[in-house]
Design a binder for this molecule. Structure first.
Ligand code: PAF
Length: 295
């Protein structure tokens, strides 16, 4: 495995892969603190390409001024061990100064989809995500880029950027990996105290319960039954629990049928957590007219 800490080294190593005939590059962009969810992405990347590139970069642009950029975990040597064990070919670990030299001006605007839900609570977040993802896509030049479905709005924004800017890369999303108690894996879970972790599990539990419902209002009631149990906990602050169209992130109406995505976000203690689950509401068949003969 080659680890490049400068862009010049990376470009050279990337060129060497191609020269060795490994043209179909599968790319996993990360902010490090790798867990089983990242391992799943890397394994899937190996199946999608003939070389795997991973980037590890805590991107300051996607953190708001009062967010957790400074304390975001950075266990680089463990991360590199994981990449090595998973058969990654090339890791890019760039510095902030190299990726964002002073005087930079141009960035990506994530548009309407980037300004609702996570984007409304974290203004500028998706602009920051898309800016770094676009830069990394230009550097890595992958055939396929893999993202975790836990960050569903991020995946949708990246897909929209790829479409709108005619980027030549396939975006693949992999299902959320969960702990045994349902909690979605996240690099931020390490910040949860045992009590907060128990509260955090109510997000996944609410989604699970909603998935058994057969209409939008019933799913909302089912989720609320679980979320109501933690609503008065001082450490639990629900931000949103909304059913949206998975392609546009617009909220679906009560009579919606077909696929929907239930997205939730909460602050638990000092940690912001998000989760989501796909739902599918079948059309309710209209009652059949009775055509029987009556004597
Ligand atoms: O999902 C993440 O870890 C980050 O948002 C990403 C895609 C690596 C961009 O910084």
């Amino acid at each position: 495995m080659i680890v490049s800490q400068t862009l010049a080294d990376f470009v050279e190593a990337r060129r060497a892969l191609e020269a060795a005939g490994r043209r179909r590059i599968a790319f996993v962009a990360t902010m490090g603190a790798l867990h089983e969810g990242h391992r799943t992405l890397i394994r899937s990347a190996r199946a999608h390409g003939d070389a795997v590139v991973v980037s590890i970069f805590v991107n300051p642009l996607q953190f708001g001024p009062n967010e957790d950029y400074a304390r975001y975990p950075r266990p680089l040597s463990d991360d590199l061990d994981i990449c090595d064990a998973e058969g990654v070919d090339l890791v890019l670990v760039p510095t902030v100064a190299e990726l964002y030299p002073a005087g930079r001006q141009v960035s990506v605007n994530a548009g309407a989809m980037g300004s609702v839900l996570e984007g409304a609570s974290r203004p500028g977040h998706f602009d920051g995500v898309l800016t770094i993802v676009l830069k990394l896509l230009h550097l890595v030049r992958p055939s396929v880029a893999l993202f975790g479905q836990k960050d569903a709005q991020q995946v949708a924004c990246v897909q929209r950027m790829v479409t709108d800017l005619n980027l030549s890369v396939d975006v693949v999303s992999e299902p959320t990996v969960r702990e045994a108690d349902g909690l979605a894996l996240s690099s931020r879970n390490v910040f949860l105290t045992p009590a907060e972790r128990t509260m955090a599990c109510s997000l996944a539990a609410a989604l699970e319960k909603a998935a058994t419902a057969d209409s939008v209002p019933a799913a909302r009631i089912a989720a609320d039954e679980i979320l109501d149990r933690v609503q008065f906990e001082p450490a639990f602050e629900l931000d949103y629990a909304v059913m949206v169209n998975p392609a546009t992130f617009a909220e679906v109406p009560d009579d919606h049928t077909g696929p929907a995505l239930f997205v939730v976000a909460a602050k638990v203690g000092s940690t912001r957590l998000i989760d989501n689950m796909s739902l599918d509401f079948a059309e309710v068949a209209a009652p059949q007219e009775s055509v029987g003969l009556h004597a």
